[in-house]
Design a protein around this ligand. Structure first.
Ligand code: UD1
Ligand code: CA
Length: 460
């Protein structure tokens, strides 16, 4: 669709959000509102996307990145004025698809259908419409005696008869560029708001007897615009349900979809089971046959085939296949667990790699550490990786055994197959195959039994 550009109007402030942040940057299901729109447009096959920015322009541009073309609408003088800003950036494109930045529920298939109908019927303008039980706030579609579209009237400019119309303008349209750009120049701000209304282009096209068509959105839910925080939550809930439904249809078990929060950007393999209270966020990829939750948050994580993660928070971490993590583990950025690693309760790991088959079963902190294969880390082991100024690495080679309640003062290396006695504070490297003991020797003193201490008290 090289001859089609999409223009997303996103210069408005969104007053009803009562936010410092531009409305279109508020997030649901892992993307900001306008990113959902851009994703739908991209999936409908339209490569060139122009975003009209104004309020918080720099913030929006920075959030979305260099992938898109931006045009600035310095003053918000209306939707027609906003679209006119995009004329130069649109170049010689024959067809212009127009959308708003605050309709995150739109489906790519709906856009594809709108474009197809527009082409098939050789229309000058095709409007995506919806029939709503409560059309309050939307522009109404006016039809003539033959049932043909004759124009759009904004609610605030509508008379009582027009207000009763339930067919509304979704704010999504296809225009033939050859008509659109000249019509935009003819717009007059003679309405209740004193704005240049894009909707008036429809009236101009009808007056010149150009073919104007309407295509109804199959599911009116799709065109829900987010104007306030309540609608933000509502759109979030609808999106969540839709994401969860899609995953279940693809073979993922979700025990309670109402309490499972999965971003649109997450990928999950079949036969994975997700327990309640689980949040899967960002670029998280879960392979097949995993068991996640309850009560688990994974952000930007990869989880290999058949792994189990219970009551855990993991950020920017990789969990290999066949691993067991939790309950109550905290994996911080840069953690890599190779295959079949066990990380148990009250374990925190940061910027560390744990080799295949190794176990960190309880009450441990590992930071900036490289652990080989088949290593056992005893309960209460702490890597002392920070000297107050710098972080230092710890290396624990294959097959080593770290006794319970040991401190490993970095930088330090425990050689392959070495053993660290329980309660040791290790400050020097331990050679491969040897045993290190670094703790006070036990001394048993006589005369501290209960009886003799009572005697001493009597004497005193
Ligand atoms: C608009 C339509 C209305 C339709 C409704 C659907 C007009 C005149 N009315 O009304 O028929 O039913 O959308 O949601 O078009 N924007 C700019 N610059 C501006 C003004 C707006 O970029 O100067 C952007 C906004 O950021 C928003 C979009 O255009 O994303 C729609 O603007 P908004 O003011 O919300 O229009 P509505 O009154 O909802
Ligand atoms: Ca709106």
């Amino acid at each position: 669709m090289a001859d089609t550009v999409a223009v997303i109007l996103a210069a408005g402030q969104g007053k009803r959000m009562h936010s410092r942040r531009p409305k279109v940057l508020h997030r649901i299901a892992g993307r900001c509102l306008v990113e959902h729109v851009l994703a739908a447009v991209g999936e409908a096959g339209i490569k060139k996307q122009i975003v009209v920015i104004g309020h918080g322009a720099e913030e929006v541009r920075e959030a979305l990145g260099p992938e898109y073309t931006y045009v600035l609408q310095e003053q918000q003088l209306g939707t027609g004025h906003a679209l006119a800003r995009a004329r130069e950036a649109a170049g010689t494109a024959a067809t212009v698809l127009v959308l708003c930045g605050d309709t995150p529920l739109l489906r790519p298939a709906t856009l594809a259908r709108l474009l197809k109908e527009h082409r098939d019927r050789q229309a000058a303008v095709t409007i995506l419409t919806a029939v709503l039980d409560d059309p309050t706030g939307y522009g109404r579609i006016i039809r003539d005696g033959q049932g043909m579209v004759a124009g759009i009237v904004e609610e605030r400019d509508a008379n009582p008869v027009e207000k009763a119309i339930r067919e509304i303008n979704t704010g999504i349209y296809c225009f033939e560029a050859a008509y659109l750009w000249p019509f935009l120049e003819q717009l007059q701000p003679n309405n209740d708001q004193g704005e240049y209304y894009l909707t008036d282009v429809v009236g101009l096209a009808c007056r010149e007897n150009l073919p104007v068509q309407a295509v109804a959105a199959g599911d009116p839910e799709e065109i829900l615009g987010v104007n306030d925080r309540a609608q933000l939550a509502k759109a979030g809930a609808i999106l969540r349900r839709r994401i969860n439904m899609g995953l279940m249809q693809a073979g993922v078990t979700i025990i309670d979809p109402e309490t499972t929060y999965i971003d649109a950007t997450v990928r999950i393999g079949p036969d994975t089971i997700i327990y309640p209270g689980t949040f899967l966020e960002g670029n998280t990829i879960i392979e097949e046959g995993c068991s996640l939750g309850p009560g688990t948050t994974l952000r930007d994580c990869q989880v290999g085939k058949g792994s189990q993660v219970i009551h855990t928070v993991a950020l920017e971490s990789e969990i290999g296949p066949g691993c067991q993590v939790g309950p109550f583990a905290y994996l911080r950025p840069g953690t890599v667990l190779d295959a079949r690693v066990k990380v148990g309760d009250f374990v925190e790991i940061k910027a560390s790699r744990i080799g295949a088959g190794s176990k960190v079963p309880h009450l441990t902190y590992l930071g900036d550490t490289t652990v080989g294969t088949g290593v056992n880390i005893g309960a209460g082991t702490i890597t002392c990786n920070y000297d107050g100024e710098k972080k230092w690495p710890t290396v624990i080679e294959d097959g080593a055994f770290i006794g319970s309640n040991s401190n490993l003062v970095a930088p330090v290396r425990v050689g392959a197959g070495a053993l660290v006695g329980a309660g040791s504070t290790i400050t020097e490297d331990v050679p491969a195959g040897s045993m290190a003991l670094a703790r006070g020797r036990q001394v048993n003193l006589s005369g501290r039994s209960k009886k003799s201490s009572e005697k001493r008290q009597e004497k005193g």
